[in-house]
Structure formats: C-alpha cells, structure tokens
Write a protein that binds this ligand. Structure first.
Ligand SMILES: Cc1cc2nc3c(=O)[nH]c(=O)nc-3n(C[C@H](O)[C@H](O)[C@H](O)COP(=O)(O)OP(=O)(O)OC[C@H]3O[C@@H](n4cnc5c(N)ncnc54)[C@H](O)[C@@H]3O)c2cc1C
Length: 338
C-alpha cells in the first residue's frame, strides 16, 4: 500500500509530540513500492527516513519528503541447532518484536524491552539497554539503496556496529532505507542480568524466565523514564561525550564523584552527559512548555504545546552552561530536522 500526502501533520509521528507538518509524506508497506517510487523519480533533494520518531526533534515544519517504511510482519526464516532466525519488517514496533520473541521463548532481545521506535531504526543506532545491544542478535539487514534503486543486504559485520552507532548513521546516512532485519535468536537463552538492579528485580518474580526478565525491565524502565504517551520526549537528548583521557583525569581530580567510563577508543574516556547537566542544576527545571525531566537530566520534555524551537532553545542553554562549567561540548543524540 502506498500513500503520498501533502502538508502532512507529524504530531503523532514524533514522541516529543511537536506539532509540525511535512511538505510531502510517502508511506509504503513493501520494498518494491519504494523501488517503484524511486524509478518514477519521486526522491527530492531534501528527505528524511522516519521510523517511530522517538529519536527525533522537529524544529519546524519539514520542507521536504518524509519516507515512512511501514513494512509489517514478523516470521521465522531459518533455523540451526541453537538458533531461530526471525525476520521483522522495518515498520514493526520494536517492543512488539521483543514481546513476540519472548512468547516464542527465544532468547536475546528481552533486556531491550520497551525501547520505543521501530525495527527499521534499531540497527541505525544499534539500540541497547541493560547490558545488551541489538548488534549481538542482528544477523542481516535488508534495505533499498536510494541511489541505485536496488535491494541490498548487509551482514552483521558490514553494519559496522559500535556503541549507539553503525554504518547507517555514517557512510550510509540517507543512502539506504532499511526494509527488514533478520535476527538470530537463542533457542537456549543465556540470561544477562549483570546490569544495575536487573537481577534483584527478576529475583522478585522467583524464577528467571524470559518473560520475568522482560517484565522486570519494563518495571525498571517505567519507574525511571518518562512515558512518551504521557509526556512528550525523545529519550536521551545529548550523547555521552567522549574526551581525551587527560581531560577526563583533570575533571575527575576536580569533581571527585564524576562518573567516567572506558570509551572503547584508545586514549579516550566517556563521560555521563546526564551527570554533567545535573551538576549545572538543570534537573527538574521548567521553562514554559519545556523542561528537564525530574529523574533524568538527560531527557528534555514537552509539557504540552511546546514548539521545536523552544526545545532547541533550552537545549542550547544547557549546552552552554555545561561548556562554561566543564569545558565540554555536548552534542545532540536526537536527530534535529526542520
Ligand atoms: C523514552 C525513550 C527511551 C529510550 N530509550 C532508549 C534505550 O534504552 N536505548 C536506546 O538505544 N535508545 C533509546 N531511545 C531512543 C530511540 O528509542 C531509539 O533510537 C530508536 O531506535 C529510534 O527508533 P525510531 O523508529 O523511533 O527512529 P526515528 O526516531 O524515527 O529515527 C531515528 C534515526 O533512524 C533513521 N531511520 C529510521 N528508520 C529507518 C529505516 N527504516 N531505514 C533507514 N534509516 C532509518 C532515521 O532517519 C533517524 O536517523 C529512547 C527514546 C525514548 C523516547
């Protein structure tokens, strides 16, 4: 099914719940429909591939084309001794895929319960939570190349996954549209309960089962993170900054409790953006319709009726104050368009 719409309202398509319109909106439910659209010369210079809009801030109306791959379906496509291969369409809700994997008693995705968004976006930033990253279970990514109009496939290795990173965020940004993802899930689950309070929460249910892990993750997330259905937000607004080791050491000497983590890159340390913002006194701050969540300094919220420009203005103030206090430049994690 194809829909091509003009001046399309995107309020329901972004979890920040910003009211903004797209000049054109193209929705399709099969890869061949996108290929046909490309053959007909439908792709303008200015376009954006939209999933669930949970990592997105619409600064203004979008004066271009939104490509919305609403491809449904989850099905088994293969099996080996220890694994089942499940293919899910780009338009499937990520948490629906996780729910189904747990119902089918397949291990791997349970720690990633309740992450908002669609399956098609999961490889883009290699979604992760509670010690697990999607890359550990992604076998193959199928896509359409926007330049050649051909179907293409990427093995796990070719996706070049990193921490909240992949080839789709870099060399292939705006070059391909992911149409489905094949996951390699465990017939004999190995639980990963090392992260934070997860084990204690699972233990409350007695037995360690996939369903109990999923339920525990959901409980923890619901207690900590604002539900976009109730209060508009885009998750972590800023990336955790990665700085030279000597910069991190200097800051650690000055601010004794400052969290710092290995970055996986030589001579670089990762700092916690939320902690830096909290130290500048922003947690719980409110300014008109926008604010900083009271539990999570990294999450900016729309209390209702906020414009994208208001969110950007608050983000800019936060950025400047962190820069003044720590000399660190925060970069947005959310995609800002419009
Ligand atoms: C409350 C909340 C909690 C969150 N918690 C987490 C968390 O724990 N861990 C985590 O990793 N993330 C988290 N996020 C961020 C977000 O859920 C993920 O980044 C998610 O993968 C985004 O999915 P989406 O479908 O909404 O993508 P969108 O926001 O629509 O798009 C994100 C990016 O992916 C691209 N994209 C989307 N679909 C496709 C496609 N089919 N082909 C090519 N490119 C595409 C877009 O162009 C854009 O660059 C959270 C967000 C919120 C609001």
């Amino acid at each position: 099914m194809i829909r091509l719409l003009d001046n399309y309202d995107l309020t329901a398509y972004n979890t920040f719940r910003i009211r903004a319109k797209a000049k054109k909106f193209f929705e399709f439910t099969e890869p061949d429909e996108l290929i046909f659209f490309l053959q007909e010369g439908g792709l303008p210079g200015n376009f954006f591939v939209l999933g669930g809009g949970s990592n997105l801030l619409l600064k203004n109306d979008f004066n271009g084309l939104i490509i919305y791959p609403n491809i449904p379906g989850v099905g088994e496509v293969g099996e080996d001794r220890n694994h089942i291969f499940l293919e899910a369409g780009a338009g499937v809700e990520w948490d629906e895929l996780v729910r189904l994997s747990v119902v089918f008693e397949l291990g791997g995705l349970e720690n990633l319960s309740l992450i908002p968004g669609k399956v098609g976006a999961a490889p883009v930033q290699n979604v992760g939570a509670y010690g697990v990253e999607a890359k550990e279970y992604i076998h193959l990514v199928r896509a359409v190349d926007l330049q050649t109009g051909q179907k293409v496939e990427f093995t796990n290795e070719q996706c070049r996954f990193g921490y909240r990173d992949s080839i789709f965020k870099n060399e292939l940004k705006n070059k391909v549209v992911i149409t489905s993802v094949v996951f390699k899930l465990d017939k004999f689950p190995e639980y990963n309960l090392e992260y934070g309070a997860l084990k204690a929460e699972v233990d409350k249910a007695g037995e360690t089962t996939l369903q109990n892990v999923r339920d525990a993750v959901i409980r923890i997330r619901e207690a900590k993170l604002p539900d976009p259905e109730k209060i508009g937000n885009g998750g972590s607004f800023f990336k955790n900054p990665v700085v030279n080791d000597d910069v991190a050491k200097k800051l650690k000497d000055e601010y004794k409790g400052m969290p710092a983590y290995p970055s996986g890159i030589d001579d670089k340390t990762k700092l916690a953006a939320g902690w830096l913002i909290d130290q500048c006194g922003w947690k719980g701050y409110r300014e008109g319709n926008v604010g900083v969540h009271s539990e999570q300094a990294l999450v900016l919220v729309n209390y209702g009726g906020a414009t994208g420009a208001e969110v950007v203005a608050l983000a800019e103030k936060i950025k400047q104050s962190v820069n003044r206090k720590f000399g660190i430049e925060l970069m947005p994690e959310v995609n800002i368009i419009g």
